[in-house]
Design a protein around this ligand. Structure first.
Ligand code: PMP
Length: 287
């Protein structure tokens, strides 16, 4: 089945879909993105991602390219045209195309909008979650506005590749204090030695994960004690359980960090329960 991409108002065959060489996303990473998980053709955590998109655009003073309703229609149509039942839909908005120059282009330069969608078999994620995955640590070398979901992802790319080079699934980034900030494309969590669920607070320089926020709601509903506080690499290695969250990964158990086994080396009970609850809720509320 041939894939289709939406580019600036037109649905095009995926292999022919292009943006201009002077698109500011290409030249300066001057753009933002969002990713929604797709369950049975519907988007999970829809409002959360849409709200964060608007915040990212606002923080960078990129014009809102189209109304929320129009954008929703494009996202749904891209999923439909690609016949995606389970997978993701990806949206990128850049500051548009203009002669290369650092300052913002002339007012009225239209933002570029790209939407793609791809199928990912749900069974793949389930198989990984059943066994759990390896995590490695990597220095957090990013800029000071990681709360904005920009396409400037080079440090994240290097971190993820460092993980792959070591046969691991994810890299957890570490600040100068030896504290974990977040994963290269996920938020990091542990169940510490006292049995408390821990994840870094969002006052820190990290992305406010939408899956993270959804898990917080479930944690409250389940009566699990949560301590929103950073944890060190050593605390992570000594944790009872570890996992990470993101659209696409959902709740993914980590069973080792830098080769050190976490707990008994199997996905833990809190992690497994949160994954199940998250998947139920995400499916139920998808639009
Ligand atoms: N942190 C980073 C750096 C990410 O790139 C992502 C995924 N885009 C996340 C956390 C998880 O965010 P979400 O749950 O909204 O997918």
């Amino acid at each position: 089945m041939s894939r289709v991409a939406y580019v600036n108002g037109v649905y095009r065959p995926h292999r022919e879909a292009t943006v201009h060489v002077e698109d500011r996303g290409f030249q300066f990473a001057d753009g933002v993105y969002e990713v929604w998980s797709v369950f049975d053709g519907r988007m999970a955590d829809f409002d959360g991602h849409m709200t964060r998109l608007h915040r990212s655009l606002n923080e960078l003073r990129i014009d809102i390219p189209m109304t929320r309703d129009a954008l929703t229609r494009v996202l749904k149509e891209t999923i439909r045209r690609n016949r995606v039942r389970n997978g993701i839909v990806y949206l990128q908005v850049t500051r548009g195309t203009a002669r290369r120059d650092h300052p913002f282009p002339a007012p009225g330069t239209p933002p570029s909008v790209v939407v793609t969608s791809k199928s990912i078999p749900f069974s793949r994620s389930q198989a990984q979650a059943a066994k759990g995955v390896a995590v490695v640590t990597y220095p957090d070398i990013r800029w000071g506005r990681c709360d904005i979901k920009t396409v400037g992802l080079l440090p994240n790319v290097l971190a993820k590749q460092a993980a792959r080079d070591k046969g691991a699934y994810e890299a957890w980034m570490v600040d100068e204090m030896g504290l974990i900030t977040e994963g290269s494309s996920t938020n990091a969590w542990i169940v510490d030695q006292d049995g408390k669920l821990r994840t870094r607070d969002t006052q820190a320089n990290i992305l406010r994960g939408i899956t993270r926020a959804a898990i917080m709601d479930l944690v409250k509903a389940e009566g699990i004690e949560l301590d929103e506080r950073p944890f060190s690499v050593d605390e992570a290695k000594q944790a009872k359980e570890a996992f990470f969250t993101a659209a696409g990964a959902f709740v993914m158990p980590a069973i080792s960090i830098d080769g050190v086994r976490i707990g008994d080396g199997k996905p833990g009970p809190i992690t497994t329960k949160l994954r199940e609850r998250y998947l139920e809720a995400a499916r139920r509320d998808a639009v």
